[in-house]
Design a protein around this ligand. Structure first.
Ligand code: HEC
Ligand code: HEC
Length: 297
């Protein structure tokens, strides 16, 4: 493997690790809950850069969002896709699709549904993290889709998961997996299941001034710290210790992954915070929101 491939591998593992290994250590068991039924929340505020006026600015903003949401990690930088089973045997049969070829087959409304509800017009989806992209504002979603329309078609079609995929992954999951079905058996969730879980366990509204911080926490921090930043279902624990950080140490934690003890935080397969490229303003917003969140608890 060359350096680029290694780098990609690390990024992918970093993202997938959350969904598989993590969970094993988690003591809180969640039933596959029937209460996952809250209405969708679409953020009324957007990421920085959403004040685009020209089509070109819109596409650039969409490209930034595609990077923030790591579309180009899992689907690879040219969006030609990759076999996840090669990296994570438990997922054998799952490819991150060659979306350069499948995007043109989806209308804008179908694509938005996929990114908000985790649903695909013809089949179940797995691992595709619509759980976090669901919260995007309309302006951000429009920009993201506009950018996706500029991706050139390339490479070969990738396989879709085989018949019975959910059951075969479920059978391979460790007995203490965090999500179980009604009989208490480990249960591998679809993207749609994850969307509903994130929707019904999302972070509270702490007022108008904190809406942007809330959006960033819901979309960027929840992928490692869990839907409610309580560590449930993901491997990086809760964020309660935010209480010990002042503004400058918290910035250092988020920009460089350095804790107040001076340690560099580590995800099992890579760095943690340093790979989330937020603007200064976005970092200040997410700090304000998460500090308030912890203080209110
Ligand atoms: C954590 C890895 C991961 C990330 C990040 C990710 N995807 Fe996916 N995506 C997948 C996987 C895996 C599939 C295939 C799921 C399946 O076949 O069940 C998929 C499927 C899709 C599909 C459906 C393709 C088809 O075959 O019709 C689209 C469209 C898509 N992703 C777009 C995106 C966009 C846009 C982003 C960024 C906002 C993104 N993905 C981020 C893993 C990822
Ligand atoms: C790529 C995964 C990842 C993302 C995304 C992520 N974190 Fe973390 N975070 C970690 C890891 C790993 C740790 C260390 C956990 C441990 O050591 O128990 C951590 C620890 C923390 C801590 C505790 C630090 C301490 O001293 O105990 C806080 C607070 C925190 N993160 C806030 C955030 C916020 C806010 C965001 C969103 C802007 C975020 N994290 C996004 C992986 C991530």
């Amino acid at each position: 493997m060359n350096a680029t491939t290694n780098q990609i591998t690390v990024c992918i593992l970093l993202l997938i690790a959350n969904l598989i290994f993590s969970s094993c250590a988690e003591s809180t068991k969640e039933k596959k809950n029937n209460e996952d039924t809250t209405d969708i929340y679409i953020s009324p505020v957007s990421f920085d850069g959403s004040e685009y006026t020209t089509n070109q600015e819109k596409i650039l903003h969409g490209k930034r969002l595609a990077n923030l949401f790591a579309c180009n990690n899992c689907h690879l930088s040219d969006y030609t896709g990759v076999n996840f089973g090669d990296f994570i045997p438990i997922l054998d049969g799952l490819w991150a699709s060659n979306i350069s070829l499948t995007l043109p087959k989806l209308r804008d409304d179908q694509l938005e549904e996929l990114l908000r509800d985790g649903t695909h017009p013809s089949r179940d989806l797995f691992l595709m993290p619509s759980k976090t992209s669901q919260f995007l504002s309309e302006k951000d979603m429009d920009a993201l889709i506009a950018y996706l329309r500029t991706i050139p078609e390339k490479g070969n079609p990738t396989p879709i998961p085989p018949e019975g995929y959910k059951d075969s992954v479920s059978a391979r999951l460790p007995a203490n997996y965090w999500r179980t079905d009604n009989e208490g058996k480990p249960y591998y969730h679809t993207s749609e299941d994850e969307v509903l879980y994130y929707r019904s366990h999302t972070l509270p509204d702490l007022g108008q001034d904190l809406l942007k911080g809330r959006l960033i926490a819901q979309t960027m921090c929840s992928s490692c710290h869990g839907a409610a930043l309580d560590g449930v279902g993901e491997d990086s624990g809760d964020i309660k210790n935010a209480i010990s950080y002042d503004l400058s140490s918290y910035k250092l934690l988020l920009k460089q992954g350095i804790t107040i003890q001076g340690d560099t935080i580590q995800s099992p397969f890579g760095t943690g915070h340093a790979s989330v490229y937020l603007t200064n303003n976005e970092i200040e917003n997410v700090i304000a929101y998460t500090k308030q969140l912890i203080e209110e608890k």
